[in-house]
Design a protein around this ligand. Structure first.
Ligand SMILES: *Cc1c(COP(=O)(O)O)cnc(C)c1O
Length: 390
């Protein structure tokens, strides 16, 4: 099939409210003259998100990375943090910037989240927490992780950047562990352009986090902690309030795109769908496939290039592995032989274009481009084989 619409299919598109709705809110902000530092938009967004996420406590931040960084700081963690190499750099950079050491644990091949059966062997006297990631919105094995944490007295923090508003076994995903971070970056399902949040169990952390994101101030003339500036401003909060109204419909549309992909990718040899949760459990954040080179006949990189040549943008989420960052080369847990699944899967994953406005016939056409490629390469392999035999 020839791909000839002439337009580039992007990986994602931010959810945008109408300019008129935003203008209305901006007028309110302008009239108030209050543009950051816990304004009324911020207060309203905090209330709405606490409700939406089913959270006991919530704190908003100017991005997810600083939310996570300050969340770890608020928990007074020390020494080593057991985490996953298969994530966005921000997860482990939040560990770094707290002066803590990541200990990489391999992932399990079904969900690509941290493998709980490998965690216990990594616990030492220095371990203070487990930082796990709900990769692509696939929930971690939360019960098993909690069991290990309870046994060794460890905190559990989740990077939930991909799991906005999803439930797991009937409970909001942010109810698991001590703390969960959400990212509101433009590429995430819900966005405030840039932004993030922590939801947490211990209400005593609320004051501490409020201080940490505001230079460690506890009053106009009192500095009690080594904080940062990580406040969400009023324009970001206004954006959030308008975008939040659109999330339900966006999830509905993405569910349809997902159905289309599921249907037309199902029988392509060597393609496995890694984001298969449905309904309230699916985050509808990414649509990711695994390419098995032996079955498909070409590698993930080949598929990525082939799609790019057809103006279809894809991303190798998450490549490279965080354990391959040069400053971790000395860590025993970062060695490739210690992380066989992560190192196997990192060269096989591919995120496809995914957003509500993606037309269903375009989603179908993307599948057909992949199917064509697969049948071409497998036919070529067949002919080569026959040539060798003959
Ligand atoms: C997006 C993302 C982050 C970073 O969030 P920002 O809001 O962009 O700082 C952290 N972890 C994961 C897994 C992410 O996908």
């Amino acid at each position: 099939m020839k791909w000839n619409t002439g337009k580039t299919i992007h990986l994602t598109r931010p959810l945008l409210p109408s300019v008129d709705r935003m203008t209305e809110r901006l007028q309110t902000i302008w009239q108030s003259g209050w543009i950051t530092n816990n304004g009324s938009q911020h207060g309203q967004l905090e209330r709405e998100l606490r409700h939406y996420l089913g959270a006991e406590h919530i704190a908003l931040f100017n991005n997810g990375t600083l939310a996570l960084l300050l969340g770890l700081k608020a928990l007074d963690l020390t020494g080593e943090i057991i985490t996953t190499p298969f994530t966005f750099p921000a997860t482990v950079q939040a560990i770094d910037w707290n002066g803590l050491t990541p200990v990489f644990c391999d992932i399990e091949p079904e969900t690509l989240t941290i493998d709980p059966t490998k965690i216990e062997a990594l616990v030492t006297e220095q371990t203070s927490a487990i930082l796990a990631v709900h990769v692509y919105g696939n929930p971690c094995k939360v019960e098993e992780i909690q069991k290990i944490a309870d046994k060794y007295g460890l905190k559990v923090i989740y990077d939930g950047a991909h799991t906005f508003g999803t439930k797991w076994e009937g409970r909001p995903i942010g109810n698991y562990g001590d703390m969960t971070m959400f990212s509101f970056h433009a590429t995430k399902l819900f966005n405030t352009i840039e932004g993030g949040a922590l939801v947490f169990k211990d209400g005593q952390l609320a004051g501490k986090l409020a201080s940490l994101k505001n230079f460690g101030l506890s009053g106009p003339e009192e500095v009690v902690l080594s904080g940062l500036n990580a406040k969400l401003n009023e324009v970001q909060a206004a954006m959030g309030l308008e975008v939040l109204k659109l999330v339900k419909e966006e999830r509905r549309k993405r569910a349809q795109v997902k159905q289309q992909y599921d249907r037309f990718l199902a029988d392509i040899p060597g393609v496995r769908i890694l984001t298969s949760l449905e309904g309230e459990q699916s985050s509808y954040q990414y649509y990711v496939i695994e390419i098995d080179e032996a079955l498909f006949g070409a590698s993930r990189n080949d598929v990525h290039e082939w799609l790019n040549e057809h103006a279809i943008m894809t991303r190798k989420y998450f490549s490279p592995l965080c354990s391959d960052f040069p400053w971790y080369a000395h860590l025993p847990s970062a060695q490739r032989e210690e992380l066989p699944q992560a190192n196997r899967l990192v060269s096989r994953v591919l995120a496809l274009p995914y957003y509500g406005e993606l037309e269903l016939d375009v989603a179908k056409a993307i599948c057909e481009v992949i199917r064509q490629f697969q049948s071409t390469v497998s036919r070529a392999a067949q002919l080569r084989l026959e040539g060798e035999l003959g």
